[in-house]
Design a protein around this ligand. Structure first.
Ligand code: ATP
Ligand code: SF4
Ligand code: MG
Length: 326
């Protein structure tokens, strides 16, 4: 018997600024199983959103996929004609963004916007679409869905707008949901409500979720596995527990050490000095080298991901045991 393909398999994905421009993503490899929640974490500019947009076929011109593969349950998304990709987007794969106001149409009522997704993907119209719209709002725990279905986006709070976005994403009953910083623009109490909602919806529906965040607390709470990105590459990936207990890559260790600790006297234990290199400013070797406390001569070539534990990989030349004791 052959094993069924993973929900999402990304292989050697390289995305560039124009056909000959610098690499934004460099050889990204990822796999997401059915019903799994995979977190993607990294500092601003590490390529998280570009990864999501590459998968969705929504890269802004002139950014383009130059190389690699994106398979959804074995189906090659990069080879799909645009019309088929449009039909799949919002149905099999849906995405929610950080700022719902930029994704909602300000002059259309909530019900019309959800209705468009229902008409396009499920051929629902009229009363049936309205009833399904209200049911979706109820599913995302929108207060008073019968009334809010007739609201305009500006009449809703940020948290309620994000609930509408989640309802629209769920309308096509996707197998894969990509959430790009879905709570970053919200205040802290609303953030945790939306995260709890996403977790509940994922568990109820069994959909796979790719959850992008710069917040390791969100990863710990929500995800089964995590991929750590730095300067357009995955530098470490594995089960959340393994990565938190035994981080192998100096960058992951820096991120973990930078987490705010409520119990500690100081608010921040440490930070990683420096910033993610700007596009086209990467040196020839390991892109983390200018910030890395363990950098050495061998780091002048780009390290590949290698096994450092069961289903745990890191891209660093320093042997794992040396790294964790350094
Ligand atoms: N429209 C664009 N044109 C050119 N370069 C871009 C564009 N959008 C992003 N980039 C560059 O691509 C790289 C990856 O950006 P990306 O937005 O994916 O980062 P990110 O990890 O999502 O960051 P953040 O946490 O701030 O959302 C960065 O160097 C960024 O400057
Ligand atoms: S390869 Fe070298 S520079 Fe890169 S993370 Fe490992 S030790 Fe640091
Ligand atoms: Mg982003």
């Amino acid at each position: 018997m052959t094993a069924s393909p993973p929900m999402l398999q990304v292989r050697q994905l390289t995305t560039t600024l124009g056909a000959r421009g610098p690499e934004i993503l460099s050889g990204v490899d990822l796999a997401l199983g059915s019903g799994e929640v995979l977190g993607v974490v990294g500092e601003s500019g590490s390529g998280k959103s570009m990864l999501a947009l590459s998968i969705m076929g929504l890269l802004p011109h002139p950014i383009m996929v130059r190389n690699g593969q994106v398979h959804l349950q074995g189906q090659d998304l990069l080879a799909l004609p645009p019309r088929q990709m449009r039909a799949l987007r919002g149905k099999d794969v849906a995405m929610i963004f950080q700022e719902p106001m930029t994704s909602l149409n300000p002059v259309m009522r909530v019900g019309q916007q959800i209705g468009e997704v229902l008409r396009w993907h499920l051929s629902l119209q009229g009363d049936a679409a309205r009833a399904e719209g209200i049911a979706l709002l109820r599913r995302v725990e929108m207060p008073d869905p019968q009334r809010q279905i007739d609201a305009y986006p500006h009449e809703l709070s940020g948290g309620m707008r994000q609930r509408v976005m989640i309802a629209m994403a769920l309308a096509g009953r996707p197998r894969l949901l990509i959430a790009d910083e879905p709570t970053t623009a919200l205040d802290v109490t609303i953030q945790s409500q939306i995260l709890n909602l996403l977790r509940k919806l994922q568990q109820d529906s069994g959909m796979s979720v790719l959850l992008i965040t710069h917040d390791l607390g969100v990863i710990a709470e929500m995800c089964d596995r995590v991929a750590v990105m730095y300067a357009g590459r995955v530098v470490e990936q594995g089960a959340v527990l393994d990565i938190f207990d035994r981080p192998a890559h100096p960058y992951t260790r820096g991120l973990l050490a930078s987490r705010p600790k409520i119990s500690a006297g100081a608010q921040w234990l440490s930070t990683i000095d420096g910033t993610v290199p700007a596009l086209g400013q990467m040196g020839p070797g390991c892109s983390f080298a200018p910030r890395c406390p363990l950098a050495r001569t061998a780091c002048t070539s780009v390290p590949a991901l290698r096994e450092v534990g069961p289903e745990h990989q890191a891209a660093c030349v320093v042997p794992f045991e040396t790294a964790v004791t350094a």
